[in-house]
Write a protein that binds this ligand. Structure first.
Ligand code: SF4
Length: 448
């Protein structure tokens, strides 16, 4: 039998063996590594023990299908209708008599819904209603969609947290920052979230602003060359028809200093059927577009949302999430972690967690800054960095978004070795770099 002769050149074999040897570690090092792995594993044990009990849209698919059938029956729609966003918008649920055929509540609750809805209109897309638990009045989807008597009982006086009158230099424009503005294109939404900060704009009727005002807003953008980023929102930007959106985006594309356009829309969550091939085809012609959406609970991350995001990403739209921190819905580190992980699975990038602002009627949703920081503490290091959004509070007097971070730098000693706290709770001294001569890297300075 002929001995096999290796055709691998000696040098290549040697360098490969060298790499292999680097991977090999001593028994002692391996045992330290095993110990460390056990330590990091233990840090996440409480989440690991409960994560599968947290309801998600994917797990509840069967229940959602049953609800869909029931809702179609109540509203007299067909399976084909269910796929049409126009049908959903036309059949938004805004009457207690219809809602009580979809979810269960007592006569007392019925009276309360009627009373609470006098201050701020309500309207739920049949799709979003299909995510509701018919028997659980504390269902996070119900809490976001059905009026609560707590709205009526809140007498907080602030109606406009962004002090719009001080931040609107032109019609429909909100400007809080140097290089970007908002154009408020409509007050319409597929569902009027009970925690909405823009309640005062929602009013009782859908409004799409006339071209005259839109043109004035676009003119403001044209005249201010530092504006490179324009956010269309409202309301929900995708409440506009494709041709209305196309009109605005085309005008913005013609302004040389506008580098990116953003759409503010909750529809990937509340009415994913709105993401149609026609919409995507139109958006693709206005690249680059970012879509900022809002998911507040893992129950909202559904197969339909996944399909909508897939369509958007295929036409080049980048989708990011801005969750609102809501008492009783997601102010829990485990739920928030699950939400962020579910979002990444459907290719939505977590961007912000917003603290709920002080607005009349939503006090029961508000929670503390400490709650938000606690959530970030339980995300950073415990899960992928991509799943860790920035926690934001909006400063009073319309002074803009202010990030809040847990404290990891314990002693900012610039001359020595600052003390840091790691995500896992280790307190360590960090060998910071210090350049005594003020040169960029110290080398040039030393040579002089
Ligand atoms: S979709 Fe946005 S603007 Fe519309 S009600 Fe909900 S939070 Fe408010």
């Amino acid at each position: 039998m002929k001995a096999e002769v290796s055709s691998e050149p000696h040098e290549r074999k040697e360098s490969r063996d060298k790499v292999y040897n680097q991977v090999e570690v001593s028994k002692k090092d391996r045992s330290i590594a095993v110990e460390r792995s056990a330590e990091v594993k233990a840090l996440d044990a409480d989440y690991f023990a409960v994560k599968d009990q947290i309801p998600t849209g994917f797990k509840l698919e069967e229940e959602y299908q049953k609800s869909r059938k029931r809702i179609l029956q109540v509203l007299g729609g067909s399976e084909e209708d269910w796929d049409s966003y126009k049908w959903h918008l036309k059949n938004r649920i805004g009457k207690v008599e219809v809602l009580e055929r979809i979810v269960h509540f007592s006569d007392e609750e019925k009276k309360q819904i009627e009373k609470a809805s006098k201050g701020y209109r309500w309207s739920i897309s049949p799709f979003f209603a299909s995510l509701m638990d018919p028997d659980d009045k504390n269902c996070p989807i119900r809490m976001q969609a059905i009026p609560s008597i707590l709205e009526e009982l809140d007498s907080s006086e602030i109606k406009d947290p962004m002090i719009i009158k001080y931040n609107s230099p032109a019609p429909l424009i909100s400007r809080l920052y140097p290089d970007r503005v908002i154009i408020n294109v409509t007050n319409a939404c597929s569902m009027f979230c009970r925690h909405c900060l823009r309640r005062k704009d929602i009013d009782f009727k859908d409004v799409t602003y006339p071209r005259r005002l839109l043109d004035q807003a676009i003119e403001y953008v044209r005249e201010n060359e530092e504006i490179r980023d324009v956010l269309l929102t409202g309301g929900d930007a995708l409440s506009l028809s494709n041709s209305q959106l196309d009109y605005i985006l085309t005008k913005l594309d013609k302004i040389p200093h506008v580098e990116i356009k953003r759409l503010g829309s909750r529809m990937p969550c509340t009415l994913p059927q709105r993401i149609t091939p026609e919409l995507c085809e139109m958006l693709e012609t206005h690249d680059p577009i970012y879509l900022n959406t809002q998911f507040n609970h893992p129950k909202e991350v559904t197969r339909e949302a996944q399909k909508a995001v897939d369509m958007l990403t295929k036409c080049g739209v980048i989708v990011r999430d801005q969750t609102v921190l809501l008492n009783g819905i997601n102010n829990n580190p485990h739920i928030m972690k699950k939400l962020m992980q579910e979002l990444l699975k459907i290719k939505i990038s977590p961007y912000y967690i917003f603290n709920c602002k002080k607005v009349e009627g939503i006090r029961h949703f508000r929670t503390t800054i400490a709650d938000g920081l606690n959530i970030i503490e339980h995300l950073r290091g415990y899960t992928s960095g991509m799943a860790v959004p920035t926690f934001i509070i909006t400063a009073p007097e319309g002074r803009g978004k202010t990030p809040m971070y847990p404290q990891y730098l314990l002693n900012p000693n610039v001359d020595g070795e600052p003390l840091i706290r790691t995500w896992g709770g280790h307190i360590l001294q960090y060998p910071d770099e210090h350049q005594p001569n003020g040169s960029p890297n110290g080398i040039m300075g030393n040579e002089e």
